[in-house]
Each structure stands twice: as C-alpha cells, then as structure tokens.
Design a binder for this molecule. Structure first.
Ligand code: HEM
Length: 492
C-alpha cells in the first residue's frame, strides 16, 4: 500500500465509522461505562478523541475581517496591458487564471450581522502559473489613515468598547478627530455606500498604489479597481434593519444562492496608470492611502473580468483557513513605497503564522497551483511528502537552481531615517467634492447620520467642534448644516 496515496479526504471515506487512526468504531452513541449507568472509563479512547477534536474545532478568528464569505472562479484578461507588465497571467486577452475571493466586513466578530455600517473586504487570490498573487483590497477606494503605526489604534477605536463590548461611535469620533486625513473615507463610511446591499453589488479597490513592471524594467504606478457588472447597490438604514433582522448572513446567502442558481457574480477590473517619474507633479501624494487619484487625470483602463462560478465545498477549509498575504506578488507586479502597503507586506504573513501555523501555505486553499520548491519545511503540521536527501542550497548533488531574474523597480532609493507624516496632505477637498456630487436626498442622509453620531452625549463639545470645522473645510454648507442642527457655532 502506498501510504501517501490515501490523504485524508472524502474520496477515501470508508462505508463505516472509524477513529481518526482508521480503527473501526462499532458504537458511536454510547460512552463505555462500568455498568449501564457509569462511571465512564478513561480507556474510552473513541469518546476522548471525539470530544478532544470537538473542543479544538475553532482556530482564532481574524483580528479584523473575521466575518466573511468566499467563492471560487476565474479571472480573464480582456485587454492587452503587456506593454506595462510582464506578469504571465496578464500576458494576453483570453488568458484565464483560477481565483478564490473572500468578501468580509471589518470590525465585528465571526458571527456578526452582515448589514452593519462598515467597510467591506474584497480579497482576491489569483493562482497564477508563477505563484499566487493576493490582491487584498476593500470596497472603499481609500483608507482612514496613512501610516501603519496608527492601524492598531484606529481599529481599537472602531472595535467594541473594551468595557461594554459594544461598538460606540463616540470612541471612533474621538480617535479620528486627530485625523483629518480620514475625511474622504468618512465620506464613504457615513454615506449610503457604508452598507452595501450584499457582496455582489459592491465595488472593490486595491486602495494602495502598486507597480507594474514591464519586461524591460519600466515601472508604472497603478491603482486597481473592481466594478460589479450588476451595478452597485446599498441598503438604507430601515432596509438594513429588516434584512439583518431576517437573516444575519444575508450577504453570504446571496452569494451562495446566486452561484448555485448559475447567476454568476462578475466584476470588471480596471487600472489607473501613472508614470512613476511623474509622481511629484500633483497637489496630492500618489502614495497616500487617504486620497484617490482623480479619474479625469488617470482614467480607468479596462484589464479583465472576474467571474465567480463555483461555491466553496467547505467553509472551514476554504474560508476560515483561507489566508491572504499582501506580500504575495508575482513577476511583473511590485509594491509601491506606500508606507502602509510596506507594513502590510509584513503583517499578513505574521498573523497567518499565529492564527493557522507556520505551514499555512501548505493547506490546499493556500498552496500555489503551480509546481514549487524550496527548503522551508518541517515545523508544526508539515504534511508535505519529501524523499530527497539534500535540503540545503547550493548543492552539487541537487540540480535545482534559482529562477530567471524577474524585473524589480530600477529607481535609486536614498534618504535619511525619519518618522514623519506625508508632506502633501489632501484632507478636505476630495471629501467636499464627493459630498457636492450627490443628489440632495443623499446629502441629507449623510448629514442626518453625522448629526446622530455627533449628537451622542458622550461626544464632547470639543470633538463636536473639531468635526464641524473639518466638514466646513470640506464644504462650507455641510459644516453650516451640521452646526445649525447640532446648535453649535462653527469655528470656520
Ligand atoms: C498597515 C495597515 C494594516 C494592517 C496592519 C492590516 C492587518 C490585517 C490583519 C492582521 C488582517 C487579518 C488577516 C487574517 O487573519 O487573515 C487583515 C485582514 C484584511 N485586511 Fe488588513 N491591515 C491593514 C490595512 C488594510 C487596508 C488598507 C486594507 C484595504 C486595502 C485592508 C484589507 C484587508 C482585508 C480585505 C482583510 C481580510 C482578508 C481576508 O478576507 O481574509 N487592510 N488586515
């Protein structure tokens, strides 16, 4: 018998019950006792094994984005961008790459309702022929902060109060009153887009600037954007209460049911492209996650389509243990110098090693679908079968060699050590432009949500004034409305 052939899988099920070690189980109902009423015998290994597995069924939930749904499908190139990148999976129109996608909410726990006001995660793992590329984005195209040093605090402020275990906006308004750069993201959070109708009807964005590198080593900065072909839809407060009250997993159910019915969700992928040598030419910093690149200067260019046509087989294996890693890129794609992105390269692999274990990339859902080889092995739960004797490099006995060099950004890096904020701040105008672009009823809903939030008695007079001043700088009439309704004299 080949011991490596029969890996644990439903394909090798016996027609009868067994222990995990494969021994037949002839009674799966009654513990082994002395007499019919007990006590229970310690030698009842079956009982102990069953309960021991059960009590360890959970792994730690993700520290953020714990509530999520995933599905599989493909990405297909529709437009040729081979002049910008030598990425194999983007090499020509028609090329298809298998993907798994995980959508999520951010703040609340694994079993929380999917109707809460929150950004949504939009994470795509492309299983390319040159390794996995993980594009771990959100539905908003911007983020609250621009330096990872502030990430844990910003999340703490939005998570439930550590005393009451209830999310309380006064904490968030206190924290972000120190962060006017959060304004544009707040204009999404408190807008109708703050509660997407479900996962199928929402945008996605890579948020950060990334780099595409051509075969000749030419680098362009780009931003990634997903647009649903069925359009974007949101839930207003009353709808959210009704939908969430009826089914707290409505978005997971919608995704699952749509795919099962053959109504496959689809998104188009676009990029905005900037010559890396032009990055200083604008009145904003292109590496600032708190602001967008204006579409009139950087139009959306179509690249491909994402189609989700297969539901996952098992939630634990393909959602709980699905591990995204911002560090995962492939030749032809590179990071940018965006400080937040740089830190995310570290943070995701770090959390996966903690949450799942050092060999998390061996799990089927995380493993690349191309051949791979290195000497990083062993450790907890190493289940890779290896029979070679040389596990060091280089060796004259093992013909394996390093891969062909792939291009990396050619720019010279220089500078002194610093801890500073981004110089070119662009905190107010984009948020004001966004507000002014809305119809009056949408503006009114936005104002009402802010009046509600700022009207909370735990929001101090000082904090209320700061927010009114911020919104006044974004749009004078908006600031005026908030001040009037909150009975505060605007300071700007
Ligand atoms: C430096 C700032 C950030 C840090 C340190 C950070 C850290 C984390 C961590 C630790 C997780 C949990 C991962 C897991 O357990 O699987 C996570 C998940 C996630 N983050 Fe971030 N994050 C940051 C910023 C962002 C930004 C800017 C975005 C959007 C572009 C984002 C999108 C996501 C998504 C979508 C997930 C869920 C992935 C999944 O579905 O498994 N994060 N983040």
């Amino acid at each position: 018998m080949d011991p490596y052939k029969h890996r644990p899988s439903s394909a090798y099920n016996t027609p009868f019950w067994t222990t995990n070690a494969g021994a037949p189980v002839w009674n799966n109902k009654s513990s082994m006792t002395v007499g019919s009423r007990g006590p229970v015998l310690l030698e009842d290994y079956q009982l102990i094994e069953k309960l021991a597995n059960f009590t360890r069924e959970r792994i730690p939930e993700r520290v953020v984005h714990s509530r999520g749904a995933s599905a599989k499908g493909f990405f297909e190139v529709t437009h040729d961008i081979s002049n910008l990148t030598c990425a194999d999976f983007l090499r020509a129109p028609g090329v298809r790459t298998p993907v798994i996608v995980r959508f999520s909410t951010v703040i609340h726990e694994r079993g929380s309702p999917e109707t809460l006001r929150d950004p949504r995660g939009f994470a795509v793992k492309f299983y390319t022929r040159e390794g996995n590329f993980d594009l771990v984005g959100n539905n908003f195209p911007v983020f609250f902060i621009r330096d990872a040093m502030e990430f844990p605090d910003s999340i703490h402020a939005m998570k439930p109060n550590p005393k009451t275990n209830i999310q309380e906006y006064w904490r968030m308004l206190d924290y972000f009153s120190h962060h006017p750069e959060s304004l544009l993201t707040m204009s999404f959070f408190f807008d109708d887009e703050g509660i997407p109708q479900d996962y199928r009807h929402m945008n996605g964005s890579g948020v950060h600037a990334y780099s595409l590198i051509s075969k000749t080593g030419k680098q362009h900065l780009i931003k990634w954007h997903w647009r649903p072909t069925c359009g974007m839809k949101n839930l207003l407060e009353e709808e959210a209460i009704r939908v969430g009250g009826t089914c707290h997993s409505h978005a997971t159910k919608d995704l699952y049911d749509s795919i099962a019915a053959g109504n496959f969700p689809e998104w188009k992928l676009f990029i905005q492209v900037m010559d890396v040598d032009h990055e200083d030419r604008f009145d904003f910093d292109p590496l600032d996650t708190t602001t967008t690149w204006p579409e009139d200067l950087f139009p959306l260019q179509p690249v491909g389509r994402l189609v989700l046509d297969k539901n996952i087989d098992n939630f634990f294996a393909e959602n709980e243990m699905l591990a995204f890693d911002v560090g995962h890129i492939v030749p032809g794609i590179w990071y940018s110098d965006d400080k937040m992105l740089q830190t995310r390269i570290f943070a995701y692999a770090d959390t996966q090693r903690h949450r799942i274990g050092p060999n998390y990339k061996m799990l089927p859902v995380n493993a690349p679908k191309c051949a791979y080889h290195n000497n990083h092995h062993d450790g907890y739960m190493n289940f890779m079968h290896r029979d070679e004797e040389v596990n060091y490099f280089p060796s004259r006995l093992d013909p394996v060699r390093t891969a062909e060099k792939s291009p990396i950004p050619p720019r010279v890096l220089a500078g002194k050590r610093e801890r500073v904020v981004i110089e070119k701040e662009n905190n107010f105008k984009p948020a004001g432009d966004r507000y002014r672009s809305w119809a009056p009823d949408r503006q009114e809903r936005f104002v009402c949500r802010w009046v509600n939030a700022l009207g909370d008695p735990r929001v101090t007079h000082e904090i209320r004034n700061i927010w009114i001043a911020y919104w006044s700088q974004a749009d004078r009439s908006l600031g005026q409305k908030l001040a009037t309704r909150l009975n505060v004299r605007p300071t700007m």
